[in-house]
Design a protein around this ligand. Structure first.
Ligand code: SF4
Ligand code: SF4
Length: 371
């Protein structure tokens, strides 16, 4: 069976507008983004990705891309939020708002954002699928799809119920590919089974597979001293089959140049390189973590209502990757409604109920220093 759509002119590097470079005052560095956009287009790249919920991102894309380049020289992907949309009447409002912020009159790619099994039910009840299909009929969307975070069974449920899906956006990287609990390759295989082309997000796990001071640096540099740490992850993503594009959120011109170089030369890993990647994964997995099982016995006894299991995950990511770059969203999610690590009063009530005997109050102290 032929692919439904493989983006004839799309090079396999996409420009993600989720984490844009900022100035010291916190505002976007529009001048640098302009230069990066120009260089990306000059290299043959065309795919730009944003979302309604990425604060200021759609406007930044209008200023740096849409207002400065012919509309037929690039493609734009944006997304309808599903987590915070609770009324069918919000759908057209958010859709028009995205178009207005971007200064365009159609989307090349439009996604329902961050679906899983639960949000599938919600998206159907809200009529989100009918809405995007109707907008496609009107010519205001060229290709409809969704981004997905969840297990392969839930992806299968969505794809079997929605054959109108033209592409899917998945989180795929070399570390999660064979993850013992949730292998990313199962989601990839499910999309392939349904003949739906793939946009890869987070190929460097939000920067975690790109840090120069990564625990796998000695392993990767021993094999290829002149290649960046990030290039292994970008190459892994760019050489998957069935790909439309691998998105990368880039903060500097150096990262962009490195990604362009990597993708232009990307060939599947040979046996020796594959063995190096396997070793790198072993190194990541061997790093000691807090043995939290997520049982949540600790939670109901915390007077400060701290979401302890979620914060344990955040801390474990720090222990492995030695960076908090990609932990800001999970941290904000974990602390949005409950207490923050620095609210911990060291009552130790949680520790009395923890079957793993974790020194939870100490972890809270460490997290308070990190965030
Ligand atoms: S020690 Fe801290 S985290 Fe544990 S229950 Fe007390 S306040 Fe909550
Ligand atoms: S009780 Fe212990 S193991 Fe269970 S979620 Fe809390 S910290 Fe994790």
């Amino acid at each position: 069976m032929a692919e439904k759509y493989l983006g004839e002119s799309v090079k396999k590097l996409g420009f993600g507008f989720m984490r844009l470079p900022r100035l010291e005052n916190g505002e976007f560095d529009l001048e640098l983004i302009n230069r990066m956009v120009d260089r990306f287009l000059e290299s043959g790249g065309t795919y730009f990705d944003t979302a309604y919920v990425y604060m200021g991102s759609e406007e930044a894309m209008r200023k740096t891309l849409v207002e400065r380049h012919p509309r037929d020289s690039f493609t734009v992907a944006s997304k309808m939020p599903m987590v915070d949309t609770n009324d069918p009447a919000e759908l057209p409002v958010k859709f028009e708002e995205s178009l207005r912020r971007l200064g365009i009159d159609y989307f090349d790619f439009y996604l329902l954002h961050a679906l899983n099994g639960e949000l599938l039910e919600k998206s159907e009840k809200l009529g989100a699928w009918d809405f995007i299909k109707a907008e496609k009929e009107k010519g205001r969307i060229r290709h409809i799809g969704f981004s997905f975070h969840g297990p392969a069974e839930e992806l299968e449920a969505i794809l079997s119920r929605h054959p109108e899906t033209e592409f899917v956006q998945l989180q795929i990287n070399y570390l999660d590919w064979d993850d013992p609990k949730a292998p990313a390759k199962d989601c990839w295989a499910t999309a392939r089974k349904y003949n739906v082309p793939i946009v890869i997000m987070e190929p460097v796990k939000g920067g975690m597979l790109a840090a120069d001071e990564s625990p796998v640096t000695p392993v990767l540099k021993a094999c290829a001293p002149d290649k960046s740490i990030a290039s292994w992850a970008i190459r892994f993503a760019a050489t998957r089959e069935g790909l439309i594009t691998a998105l990368s959120g880039m903060n500097t011109m150096e990262q962009l140049e490195d990604n362009i170089k990597t993708v232009e030369a990307a060939a599947p890993f040979n046996e020796a390189e594959q063995a190096v990647l396997t070793k790198a994964v072993e190194v990541f997995r061997s790093i000691p973590r807090v043995p939290c099982t997520g049982c949540a016995y600790c939670v109901e006894n915390c007077p400060m209502e701290i979401k302890i299991p979620m914060l344990m995950n955040v801390y474990n990511d720090y222990l492995v990757y030695k960076t908090v770059t990609n932990s800001m969203f999970p941290y904000m999610h974990a602390t949005r409604e409950g207490g923050k690590p620095h609210d911990c009063v060291k009552c130790l009530s949680c520790e009395e109920h923890c079957p793993q005997k974790i020194k939870i109050s100490d972890v809270m102290g460490e997290l308070a220093k990190l965030f």
